[in-house]
Design a protein around this ligand. Structure first.
Ligand SMILES: [Zn+2]
Length: 230
């Protein structure tokens, strides 16, 4: 759902959380329309289908605005992918659920295929890896060959809703997959580097500043406690 003034996407999260079930248990699961011609071997396909469906436990939802409340979303998805190995889940079901419980599913509705999440994580991971090692050619190739057309264009006067002389057309995402891609692409286009929180077990990412190491004070304290103890 869009705010018609600012163009911002509002997203829903099931308040009761999510669960992973066998694909056979669910009908009418929407296809995330990754819209690309990924090559997948038969083994990979079979493995991905077995990952099942992630679905909301109940219908009650709460809402948030990902563009202002989920800075590190793309980097978190990218970091969830580690291995290409049919014997090892990557991301694991636990990672998929932790992400969904916090940010909701990647596409509208109350269920989606886990394999659409896995592939989204995989290609964001390839992009992140490329920009982190300075390989912009590879990053461009990943983006241009794998990004979904899950985007729309909005006419924006000003973010506050008051009119200004500064009218713009903005590309806006229609789902979290597109939002993640726009977010991670802006690390290149706007030079907005992201940093991971240094605290043990914290998965947060935030816009990088040279002296900032933690996402909040609690993490800073956890880090120092951990290091004193160790
Ligand atoms: Zn943190």
């Amino acid at each position: 759902m869009f705010n018609s003034t600012t163009g911002d996407l509002t997203w829903s999260v099931c308040t009761a959380g999510y669960e992973v079930v066998e694909a056979e248990e669910e009908t009418n699961v929407p296809d995330a329309q990754l819209g690309t011609d990924f090559y997948l071997s038969e083994t990979q396909q079979a493995y991905l289908l077995k990952r099942g469906v992630v679905r909301a436990k109940e219908l009650d939802t709460k809402e948030y605005i990902p563009s202002s409340e989920a800075d590190g979303l793309a980097r978190q998805l990218a970091a969830m992918f580690q291995y290409e190995n049919p014997l090892v889940q990557s991301p694991t079901d636990d990672q998929v659920l932790a992400f969904s419980n916090r940010f909701g599913l990647l596409v509208p509705g109350d269920k989606m295929y886990v394999h659409d999440i896995v592939l989204t994580c995989k290609y964001l991971h390839l992009f992140a890896e490329a920009i982190d090692r300075g390989d912009k050619v590879k990053a461009r190739e990943v983006f241009n060959n794998t990004v979904v057309p899950g985007m729309t264009v909005r006419l924006i006067g000003s973010k506050s809703g008051r009119l200004t002389a500064d009218w713009k057309l903005e590309v806006e995402p229609v789902n979290l997959i597109a939002l993640a891609w726009l977010q991670i692409a802006s690390e290149l286009t706007a030079g907005k580097a992201m940093k991971k929180c240094d605290a043990p077990d914290c998965l947060e990412w935030f816009p990088g500043r040279s002296n900032k190491r933690f996402c909040n004070n609690r993490c800073k304290m956890a880090f120092h406690r951990h290091h004193r103890a160790g």
